[in-house]
Design a protein around this ligand. Structure first.
Ligand SMILES: [Zn+2]
Length: 421
């Protein structure tokens, strides 16, 4: 396309204007780096494969005329200038690291949808007032180096840079060493950058859009999360000679807590989730009464008061289980994210984009964490969800249709241009 398009023409166009084929091809090209036999991707943060993926992104952005900078935690910023260099950039992005058995779309879609927005603006000859930036956030998954959402957390001032650079993987390699190793320990300061607005396109990672037959999820906000480690201690004893009435069986108490977490979340619908994901039983011998159980608790709700009520009820259930079975407990908080409402102007911009394009859409909330949660602390933020097959992600079979991805990208284009003008 060689003719220029005005902003007004962009907003009245029913055609998506973005190049869905080009977006899809870029996703498939990126997925080659760390491709697994089962059709997924294994590209852990700050590995050589991550470097190759970063290099490819930088090459694509440079070819699209962007200036590229890298900050001290390795976040990559590709900027397309606006008419007014004084204005804070309208940003988009996500991550290109994956889970060990990850898919092609989680994170990568948000980054490459942003690149496709820039390529489209180039094709259309359309200059925005504010600059446009596409960002690759370092280590969103947190698989190799906990915590997750590392790069955006440092950028938002939530995580201290020096402490984060000192975090080590299981081999003892620090984040700082790994960044040096792949050549992405950049010089741009991590703090103090104004954010005009931030949008993130992402596969839903859940089954709701597919179930409801909708193409676009207008993300209203994110569930708050409270995570805990719980240890229940009883007494190890022989499974034969110890009568039932005299046992202090930590696993029986733990089973009660697992059931309570599930029951409490069911009772606080909608928007409540409660999960025990890990359970370690000691000593783990078939003829020994378990003396100690360690478990993780993951509680989520859209409303702070309900989230606190879940915590209170779970604590009560733990106390009852301990009473009943003669156990002692240790409950340690490990993560705490308050519920988040995205800025109404960003939510509206996403919904308006879907309406303009005649796409089916619905309001939705995110149950998962995303880089947008930290960006929302720096400026107005919003997210766009598209369906993924069977709601499955963090899995090599993760899949999404080229049409839905193109639709999400077309909405992103409109939301960003409207925020940048
Ligand atoms: Zn993920």
């Amino acid at each position: 396309m060689n003719h220029s398009v005005t902003t007004a023409e962009l907003f009245s166009a029913k055609a998506p204007l973005i190049n869905g084929q080009r977006l899809w091809q870029s996703l498939m090209d990126l997925a080659q780096l760390g491709a697994t036999a089962k059709g997924g991707v294994c590209r852990l943060a700050l590995t050589d494969l991550d470097r190759q993926a970063r290099d490819l992104f930088v090459q694509w952005c440079t070819e699209a005329g962007c200036s590229v900078s890298v900050d001290a935690i390795g976040n990559i910023f590709a900027r397309r200038p606006g008419r007014d260099a004084q204005r804070a950039p309208v940003m988009t992005g996500s991550h290109i690291d994956t889970q060990p058995t990850g898919g092609k779309f989680d994170g990568c879609f948000g980054v490459l949808a942003g690149l496709e927005v820039i390529r489209t603006l180039n094709d259309l000859g359309l200059q925005t007032a504010a600059p446009i930036e596409v960002v690759v956030w370092t280590n969103e998954e947190g698989s190799r180096f906990p915590p997750c959402m590392m790069g955006s957390g440092v950028f938002a001032g939530r995580f201290d840079l020096a402490e984060t650079l000192a975090k080590r993987d299981e081999q003892g390699i620090s984040v700082g060493q790994a960044l040096q190793g792949i050549g992405y320990a950049g010089s741009r300061a991590v703090l103090g950058h104004a954010v005009g607005a931030y949008f993130e396109a992402h596969i839903e990672q859940g089954p709701i859009l597919e179930d409801q037959g909708k193409t676009i999820g207008v993300v209203m906000g994110c569930l708050g999360q409270k995570w805990f480690d719980l240890t229940l201690s009883g007494v190890e004893a022989h499974a034969g000679p110890t009568p039932m009435a005299l046992r202090k069986d930590a696993l029986v108490g733990a089973a009660q807590v697992v059931a309570a977490v599930n029951r409490i979340a069911h009772a606080l619908q909608p928007h409540a989730c409660g999960t025990v994901g890990c359970l370690e039983v000691h000593p783990g011998s078939r003829n020994v009464i378990p003396g100690e159980v360690k478990m993780t608790l993951d509680l989520r709700h859209l409303h702070s008061d309900k989230l606190q009520a879940m915590v209170d009820q779970v604590q009560q259930a733990i106390a009852e289980a301990c009473d009943q079975h003669g156990l002692t407990q240790r409950l340690t908080p490990t993560a705490d994210f308050p519920p988040l409402d995205f800025a109404s102007q960003c939510v509206d911009a996403v919904r308006d984009g879907a309406v303009q394009l005649g796409l089916s859409h619905m309001d939705i909330v995110s149950g998962a964490g995303h880089d947008a949660i930290f960006l929302a602390e720096l400026g107005p933020a919003g997210m766009i969800f598209v369906p993924c097959e069977g709601g499955i992600s963090h899995n090599e079979i993760e899949n999404a249709s080229p049409e839905d991805l193109a639709a999400g990208c077309a909405v992103l284009l409109r939301a960003m241009v409207s925020a940048a003008n």
